[in-house]
Design a protein around this ligand. Structure first.
Ligand code: KIV
Ligand code: NA
Length: 265
C-alpha cells in the first residue's frame, strides 16, 4: 500500500482528482473503509452521537477519541487518519491545544488532527502546526458550537457570515493547514472558497464544486435511519437489513432451529 499523505492530498487537488473521506470509529469498520480505497479516514467526534448516543458532539472526551483513533489506526494501511480534537481540549489556550494534539499523535498513532473554527483558534492552530502536527480546519456548521447557532440549519447564507468564512479559510491556509472541511453551506460559496485556496476543501453538504467529499459512514450505509438531511446519499439500508437478520436469529433460537446438527460438536 502506498500511504496517502497530506502532501498527496494537495497534489490530488492540483491534478483535479477528487478526494474521498469517510468516518470510522473502530477497527472492523476502518478495515472495510480502508480496503475500499477511501483516501482519508476521519475519526470524527461524531462518535459522540453515532457510537455513544449523545445528542451533541460536546460530551466526548480526549481519552475516548484516542481509544477510537488507536483502533482505526490499527486497521488503516493506506488511508490518512485524521482525528477530531474534541470540544474543550483546544479552545482554552494554545498550549492546552498542543498538549491535546500531541496526546492524540503519540497515543493513537494517527497522522493529523482536525479542529473547528477560524480566527478564534488561530494561536492554537499555529502552535500545533509549529510542532510538526498536520492540522485540518473545519468551517461552516461546526457542531461543537451548536449551542451558539441554536439550530443545525445551513450556515453562511448571510453576507457577513460568508465573508468571515472566506477570510477564515484564507487564514487557515496561510497558517499551514493541509485541508479544510466545509459543512452545510451554500454550494456557490463553497466553490468560491475552493477556488480561492490551494489546499483541498472537503465538503459535507457543501455541493459539488469542492475538492472532495466526506460523510459519516453509518449514514452512508443507512445504519442510522432517523437522520435525513438533504445532503445525505444512502448507499444501503443496513438498519432494515440488520434488523431483519437479528429478528430471524431470535426466531431461530426460539423455534429451536438454531443451532442445527451441523452447527454443533
Ligand atoms: O465528526 C465528524 O464526523 C465530522 C464530519 C462530519 C466532517 O466532523
Ligand atoms: Na467532527
Amino acid at each position: 500500500y502506498k500511504r496517502v499523505t497530506v502532501k498527496s492530498l494537495i497534489e490530488m487537488k492540483q491534478n483535479g482528482e477528487k478526494i474521498s473521506m469517510l468516518t470510522s470509529y473502530d477497527y472492523s469498520m476502518a478495515k472495510i473503509v480502508d480496503a475500499a480505497n477511501v483516501d482519508v479516514i476521519l475519526v470524527g467526534d461524531s462518535a459522540s452521537n453515532v457510537i455513544a448516543g449523545h445528542e451533541t458532539t460536546l460530551p466526548i472526551t480526549l481519552d475516548q477519541m484516542i481509544y477510537h483513533a488507536s483502533s482505526v489506526v490499527r486497521a488503516a494501511k493506506r488511508a490518512l487518519v485524521v482525528v477530531d480534537i474534541p470540544f474543550g481540549s483546544y479552545q482554552s489556550d494554545s498550549k492546552e491545544a498542543l498538549r491535546s494534539a500531541i496526546r492524540i499523535m503519540k497515543e493513537s498513532g494517527a497522522h493529523a488532527v482536525k479542529v473547528e473554527g477560524g480566527s478564534e483558534i488561530k494561536e492554537s492552530v499555529k502552535r500545533i502546526i509549529g510542532a510538526g502536527i498536520p492540522v485540518m480546519g473545519h468551517l461552516g456548521l461546526t457542531p461543537q458550537s451548536i449551542y451558539k447557532f441554536g439550530t443545525y440549519t445551513v450556515r453562511a447564507k448571510e453576507e457577513q457570515e460568508a465573508q468571515k468564512l472566506k477570510e477564515d479559510a484564507k487564514m487557515l491556509e496561510k497558517l499551514g493547514c493541509f485541508g479544510i472541511v466545509l459543512e452545510k453551506i451554500p454550494a456557490k460559496l463553497a466553490q468560491e472558497v475552493a477556488q480561492s485556496v490551494s489546499i483541498p476543501i472537503i465538503g459535507i453538504g457543501a455541493g459539488n464544486g469542492v475538492d472532495g467529499q466526506v460523510l459519516v459512514v453509518h449514514d452512508l450505509l443507512g445504519m442510522t435511519h432517523e437522520f435525513n438531511p438533504r445532503f445525505l446519499r444512502r448507499y444501503m439500508n443496513l438498519y432494515e437489513e440488520m434488523s431483519n437478520a437479528i429478528s430471524q436469529y431470535v426466531g431461530d433460537v426460539k423455534s429451536r432451529d438454531f443451532p442445527n446438527e451441523e452447527e454443533q460438536y
